[in-house]
Design a protein around this ligand. Structure first.
Ligand code: SAH
Length: 219
């Protein structure tokens, strides 16, 4: 079995273990196809490449990490994306999550606060031909208002509260996932849904550990 297929099996096993918490016994086919197709090794530093298909997080430089594949798959699945969806990601990091999203949605906008990472991710994504992803180096607390509203928003860094601009930039009927809690500790992965009439509800999915969402001037 290829390393990538082994990773898919590991994710399926972890989904089965956590099925009660996440409310699903399997993730959508579109999500698992994306996970199978995106070469994770192209998004990690050369020194980490031999671990690229382990089901764990990996360092990507600048003190940041690429999330565990199971969490990437789960967060993508929770957004319940349609093929014509427009998605905002806050926390580009390596660009891996954006690449996975780009295989499931129509258009991905992703923002990263650290310039070195933003530039490297944009290069990797262009090099691999993910041409429906746009990257920008800004503080994602403010979202990316020019392309709003979004069908879905994913925040891949931990915050104490949901940044209000992100709620504003979410379409009615849209979904947002974000780890909420103290940085450098465990957080809760929260799924936010905005109803068609604009009411916002939240659901806790499971415990996660993310690097913090920093703010401009503190990065
Ligand atoms: N999704 C990434 C991993 C995210 S790690 C991947 O697939 O590789 C979290 C990222 O969020 C880090 O790169 C960090 O620099 C970035 N980040 C932290 N605060 C941010 C902010 N306010 N705006 C945008 N990006 C931020």
């Amino acid at each position: 079995m290829s390393d990538q297929l082994q990773m898919v099996r590991d994710i399926e096993r972890e989904v089965a273990y956590t099925r009660r918490m996440i409310g699903r016994t399997a993730l959508r086919d579109s999500v698992m196809h994306a996970i199978r197709d995106v070469p994770r090794e192209a998004f990690v530093p050369e020194t980490e490449r031999r671990f690229a298909y382990d089901n764990g997080p990996l360092p990507i430089g600048c003190g940041q990490t690429i999330s565990q594949p199971y969490i990437v798959a789960l967060m993508t699945d929770l957004l319940e994306l349609e093929a014509d969806a427009v998605v905002l990601e806050v926390g580009t990091g390596s660009g891996y999550q954006a690449a996975v999203l780009s295989r499931v949605a129509k258009r991905v906008y992703t923002v990263e606060i650290i310039e070195t990472l933003a530039m490297r991710a944009a290069e990797t994504l262009t090099h691999l031909g993910y041409d429906n992803v746009s990257c920008r180096c800004v503080d994602g607390f403010h979202g990316w208002p020019e392309h709003a509203p979004y069908d879905a928003i994913m925040v891949t860094a931990a915050a104490l509260e949901i940044p209000p601009p992100l709620i504003d930039q979410l379409k009615p009927g849209g979904r947002l996932v974000i780890p909420i809690g103290h940085p450098f500790d465990y957080q809760q992965l929260i799924l936010v849904e905005k109803s068609l009439s604009g009411e916002v509800s939240e659901r806790t999915i499971l415990g996660v550990a993310f690097v913090p969402l920093t703010r401009s001037g503190q990065a």
